[in-house]
Each structure stands twice: as structure tokens, then as C-alpha cells.
Design a protein around this ligand. Structure first.
Ligand SMILES: [Zn+2]
Length: 397
């Protein structure tokens, strides 16, 4: 770990070198990126199949960094592939480029936001925390239950209990909301995150209704979703941002939900691939297909359960299987977390677990409503602050 920290701090110590930040371009392939930066293509070809496939999932929102010497030579590049792993390209002392998949060093803090409505929940959360992601997450969580535009009044309190990752002192990745509440004219609306990662109201009814279905009949899962896993034999970090289902070649692939085909074609790692965009902002991906169902093309309207293609082994695949992915924007999420659940409502042990989670969050909500701790905007390390000697307030230079 010591070496990793050192590598991350390197930019601060090297005089004459400069750090350039850039965003990964939408649709950019790793090979064209290497070509563009005049880096050896062997960096890609020397990777094994799994890591090559990983480069296809670099989200276009990824904040990348490049360290360049005063002679304009690239010394290091960091490209996050998700919020746990990043690709690191670096120049060795023998002037050769190498690449590794390494963990992203970040800290996670438990935070609680209490604020009172001035204009609208989104604006007030953004103002209090500076986090657009937290603001939109909150609004999304209450969608369909509360009409913020009509019902919310000035002074109505809201509380969000969440975990936030920080990287180099800055917000990083999506906040994970454990629970949230808003009181509108004295009436309380609540959301709790259960152990299964889904959100429920006080009675245990599911908040976000996901109606997706598995893309294969009698599905047999052979590999699960993980953003970061350490391979004990290879001594390397890996990620698998989808779920694999083992199946005979030619097995029908079914659309997980209603939507419109936004990609139907070939990609290096995923082979013959279809992507379907769904109305709730999620996109599903079906890779390594043998072939598509006749007539499927970009723009096709698809109903849930429609046959879209057939299981194969195209692209970087070690045998016939379906790689099934789900994306929220460009961020991969676990597809199983949004599949329709067989039962509604909790019973037995699961009910007791839910009650424990609910009580714990209720205690936090009640305490914050009582103490009203208005949160100050956190210091942003990008800017430089000083303390005003008259007012003792923190101000930006
Ligand atoms: Zn896979």
C-alpha cells in the first residue's frame, strides 16, 4: 500500500512536471486513446482477456489524470474504470511504458445532512453539500411518492444519512444513501435501505419498483458482479462489471425490460453486443452473442421478454456464455440489484432485520430534527481558503 500512496502523491513532488486532468471521451476506445497519445499499442495487447474487456467499461465521466514532464513526455496516466480500480500507465526508469490495474485509494465517511427547504429539495441539498449527485439521488428516491413542486413548503426539514467517498480530499463517486426523510407540513415521508440494497418505505413496501427480468430462461450464473476483487493466484486486481450466465450456444437471449435498442454491433472485448436503453435511465447490455435476432437494429422498439439474440462466444470470451450488464448512465451497477423480486413484503428473520435498520435510522432522523444541525459547505481542497481576520469566516482567496 505504501508504494501506491507514493505513486499517487508523486505529482506533488516532481518539480518541472505538471498534472493535466481530462475526461474520458464518450465512445473512445482504449486503442484509439493510446494512438492519440502516441503510446505503444502493446500496452493493450499485452493485457489478458479480462483486462482488455475492462478497458471497454471506462465510463465517459471518468476523471483521468496525466503527469507530463517539462520535455512534454507522458510520465504517468491514471484512468479510473470504476470507483474501486484504475488503470495506471507509467514510464519506467528504463524508459518503457507499463500498465497496471491498481486500487483507487479513497476514504469513506458516514455523513448526515440536515437542511430546511428554502427553494426546492434539489437546490437546497446542492447548496448545503455541493453534491449534485446527492441532490439528484434524493429527488429520484422520492419520485412518484411526493410531488416536490406542489407540496413542499419553505422551512420543511429533510434528513439524509449517507456514505460518501473522498479521493484526495474531494467528493468521489456516487453517495450511498442509507436512509432519507422529508417532513412536509408535519407529515413524514421516509426511505430506508435494506440489506438487499433496495429502498423501502416504513411498512417495508419497495420504493423503486424494478420490473426487470433475467435475460435467460433457467439461468445459471457462473460469475457475479464485482468492482474489485484480488486474484490470489495471479496476484492482481480484477473487476467484472456484469453477470455471466452459462448456456449452450444458440440459447435465446431475452430483453430484460421494455426499451429501445441503442447499440447493435461488434466490439473488441464484448463481441456481438446489443444495448437497450430503458425509460428509467438504465441501459442493459448483452455481450458475446452468436448472432442477433433478424430485424434487430439501432432504434428497434423492444418489449420485455422479446428474443433479441442468441448465446455465443464472440469477442474476448473463454466459452459460450451471456455477459449481462446494467448501467446507470455510464456507471455499471449490479444487474441483479434491479431485477424483479419474487416476494413483496418481509417475513421472519428478514422482517426483524428490516425493523432493526428502520429503528436505527429513525433514531438519527429524530435526533437531527430535534437538534437542527445546519451543515456548512465542506472545504474544497481544489480552492485555497483563508480565515478572515475580522469575521473569522472561511473565505476563498
Ligand atoms: Zn462477463
Amino acid at each position: 500500500m505504501g508504494r501506491l500512496v507514493l505513486l499517487l502523491l508523486l505529482p506533488l513532488f516532481l518539480f518541472g512536471s505538471s498534472v493535466k486532468s481530462f475526461k474520458w471521451k464518450d465512445g473512445e476506445s482504449f486503442l484509439t486513446f493510446l494512438e492519440d497519445k502516441k503510446l505503444p499499442l502493446s500496452l493493450f495487447y499485452n493485457l489478458d482477456k479480462e483486462d482488455q474487456q475492462l478497458t471497454e467499461d471506462i465510463p465517459f465521466t471518468a476523471n483521468c489524470q496525466m503527469l507530463i514532464s517539462d520535455k512534454n513526455i507522458i510520465e504517468q496516466i491514471l484512468i479510473p474504470v470504476n470507483d474501486e480500480l484504475q488503470l495506471q500507465i507509467y514510464l519506467t526508469p528504463k524508459k518503457r511504458y507499463k500498465m497496471h490495474v491498481i486500487p483507487i485509494v479513497s476514504e469513506t465517511y458516514n455523513e448526515v445532512l440536515y437542511t430546511e427547504i428554502q427553494t426546492a429539495p434539489y437546490d437546497d441539498i446542492l447548496k448545503a453539500t455541493g453534491s449534485k449527485r446527492l441532490a439528484s439521488r434524493f429527488v429520484k428516491m422520492f419520485k412518484g411518492r411526493v410531488n416536490f413542486k406542489k407540496e413542499v413548503k419553505r422551512g420543511d426539514p429533510l434528513v439524509i444519512v449517507y456514505e460518501q467517498k473522498y479521493r484526495l480530499g474531494k467528493y468521489f463517486s456516487m453517495p450511498e444513501v442509507a436512509g432519507a426523510m422529508i417532513e412536509i407540513s408535519g407529515k413524514r415521508y421516509v426511505v430506508y435501505r435494506h440489506k438487499d440494497g433496495r429502498y423501502y418505505d416504513a411498512k417495508g413496501a419497495q420504493f423503486e419498483k424494478f420490473l426487470f427480468k433475467l435475460p435467460i430462461r433457467n439461468a445459471r450464473m457462473t460469475s457475479g458482479f464485482t468492482k474489485r476483487r484480488y486474484h490470489p493466484v495471479l496476484h492482481r486486481y480484477r473487476a467484472h462489471v456484469g453477470v455471466d450466465f452459462g448456456a449452450r450456444p444458440g440459447t435465446q437471449i431475452l430483453a430484460t425490460g421494455e426499451g429501445r435498442v441503442c447499440f447493435a454491433g461488434y466490439s473488441n472485448g464484448y463481441g456481438k453486443t446489443i444495448k437497450i436503453r430503458h425509460s428509467n435511465g438504465l441501459t442493459s447490455l448483452y455481450a458475446h452473442q452468436k448472432g442477433f435476432k433478424k430485424g434487430i437494429h439501432v432504434g428497434s422498439k423492444i418489449k420485455q421478454g422479446d428474443i433479441i439474440g442468441f448465446v455465443g462466444s464472440t469477442g474476448l470470451s473463454s466459452g459460450p456464455h451471456l455477459h449481462f450488464g446494467m448501467y446507470d448512465g455510464s456507471t455499471p451497477i449490479n444487474p441483479l440489484s434491479v431485477m424483479k423480486k419474487k416476494t413483496e413484503g418481509f417475513t421472519g428473520k428478514e422482517y426483524r432485520q428490516f425493523v432493526a435498520i428502520r429503528s436505527k435510522l429513525d433514531r438519527i432522523f429524530n435526533e437531527k430534527l430535534r437538534t437542527k444541525p445546519l451543515k456548512r459547505k465542506p472545504l474544497d481542497f481544489q480552492d485555497t481558503y483563508y480565515v478572515n481576520k475580522d469575521t473569522f469566516k472561511v473565505e476563498v482567496f
